[in-house]
Design a protein around this ligand. Structure first.
Ligand SMILES: Cc1cc2nc3c(=O)[nH]c(=O)nc-3n(C[C@H](O)[C@H](O)[C@H](O)COP(=O)(O)OP(=O)(O)OC[C@H]3O[C@@H](n4cnc5c(N)ncnc54)[C@H](O)[C@@H]3O)c2cc1C
Length: 429
């Protein structure tokens, strides 16, 4: 009897979503075997700056652990800074503009991903280094680097993925895990557009690393290669500040400060001006303003120490997202999408990567039911659920970013902060 041909899946994009899907498909091999290939446009894992700290929550971590084999699971700790005992918690805390704590959801200290999934606590999150998490996920994955996908051609029997070097590859299923500017989405769902909802963000990183929202202290001793040159007992910290504001305020502000986004120093001055104009006069803001002055204003130029891009220049960037429910449900085909490619969201809630992991988990489970007679219905089930879940998170992130960044005036701020204090009382009761 002739053995059935092993179906081929091509994943475009070796970001966290594409890599998690790769691991899950290999892990599920005994249930359904696929020939899986993964293509990435960057020429190497070090070609590009790989991001700041990234928030992982319970559903994201649970899905990630479902996707990865035990060899990767045991290495995930490398991507998490250890919390200082009794001092640091993996969770969010809100202060008012005078520096008074107004919301501190109960959170538990975690040392690893496996501990967090056992607790199933919606408030507790983990902060991971995005670059190191990707490095761990890259282990044992045969990525083909330097292959930029520029589109595809779908036929009755399969899909041709096209690359910018003129080559093409045939597969049974094509997965676009190629991020917010996905060429696959542009072709597959041209009406699904990136949305700019009117907020500008400036990320100010010290030592080239940053937390996504407020700021988080990471002792530098934990960094590989750290040298305590002065032999001092003093702790040194990494810190990042993140400032966002309604884009329309720029029209007013630019009258005072001429901002040139190719010159980080002018962006930093611009933010300081914003803090002075819109923040209250208080010790907390004075302290924040002092930090702005410590932000590097240009890329490190020591090629020995900084062999690859560790620095993303400080500049204004627009918050953008993609809401998959902004268009009618689409008819599924052999070409599907996951992660930011289909539902990018701003980082305020830290939900982007978590949705990418949930997609990878869901899609890999759906593909167990793949059959060559009916290759589409498993994709249909995946897309229906992915669309519903991710829409909620895109809209939640947009509304949170707008609420946090829009000046509300004194009276409204008092009411809002009082509301947070009441919530804080009950959730910690
Ligand atoms: C470099 C980077 C840094 C980030 N830093 C942070 C952060 O610090 N904090 C935070 O909250 N969020 C950050 N994000 C966003 C967050 O990481 C994403 O929400 C999350 O990674 C979604 O995962 P993804 O796999 O869907 O997409 P992505 O992480 O965007 O990965 C997509 C991958 O596809 C590749 N690709 C794109 N186009 C093509 C093509 N045409 N052909 C082949 N490959 C292609 C990209 O190079 C990339 O490796 C960052 C994203 C990136 C890309």
């Amino acid at each position: 009897m002739q053995r059935e041909k092993i179906p081929k899946i091509i994943i475009i994009g070796a970001g966290p979503g594409g890599l998690a899907l790769y691991h899950a498909l290999i892990k599920n091999k005994d249930k359904k075997e696929f020939d899986v290939k993964i293509f990435e446009r960057d020429s190497s894992p070090r070609e590009r700056w790989q991001g700041y700290h990234i928030v992982l929550n319970y559903p994201g971590i649970r899905s990630l652990l479902n996707c990865v084999p035990s060899s990767i699971n045991s290495n995930l700790q490398k991507a998490i800074p250890n919390p200082l005992p009794g001092v640091e918690f993996h969770g969010a805390t809100l202060f008012d503009n005078k520096g008074k704590l107004i919301l501190h959801p109960p959170s538990i200290q975690f040392k690893d991903f496996n501990e967090l999934v056992k607790v199933d606590d919606e408030y507790s999150v983990l902060i991971a280094y995005r670059d190191r998490l990707r490095d761990v996920l890259l282990e044992s994955v045969p990525v083909t680097w330097g292959k930029k996908c520029i589109g595809y051609e779908e036929t009755k029997d399969g899909v041709w993925a096209m690359f910018d070097d003129g080559s093409q590859e045939f597969c049974d299923i094509l997965v676009g895990a190629d991020g917010i500017y996905s060429p696959i989405r542009k072709q597959r769902l041209p009406e699904l557009q990136i949305f700019n909802f009117g907020l500008t963000n400036v990320n100010l990183g010290l030592h080239g690393d940053s937390s996504s929202l407020l700021f988080r202290l990471i002792p530098i001793e934990q960094e590989p290669g750290y040298e305590n040159k002065n032999n001092s007992n003093e702790l040194h910290y990494r810190l990042t500040l993140n400032y966002s504001y309604p884009t329309k305020l720029d029209d007013r502000e630019s009258v005072q400060i001429k901002v040139d986004d190719n010159d980080s120093a002018s962006d930093i001055e611009h933010v300081k001006q914003m803090v002075r104009n819109f923040g209250s006069k208080c010790e907390f803001n004075d302290f924040i303003l002092e930090f702005w002055d410590l932000v590097p204003k240009s890329a490190p130029n020591d090629p020995e120490k900084f062999k690859f891009k560790t620095y993303n220049p400080t500049r204004r960037r627009q918050y953008q997202d993609i809401n998959p429910s902004s268009i009618q449900p689409w008819t599924s085909s052999r070409v599907t999408l996951l992660g930011d490619a289909v539902h990018a969201m701003n980082p305020v809630h830290g939900l982007g990567i978590n949705n990418a992991f949930q997609d990878a988990d869901l899609l890999s489970q759906a593909l167990i039911n793949y059959s060559s007679e009916d290759p589409i219905s498993c994709i249909q089930g995946y897309e229906k659920e992915m669309r519903k879940r991710s829409t909620v998170d895109v809209l939640k992130s947009r509304s949170m970013a707008l609420r946090l960044s829009t000046p509300v005036g004194r009276i409204k701020a008092i009411i809002r902060n009082y509301g947070f204090k009441v919530i804080n009382f009950f959730i910690n009761f």
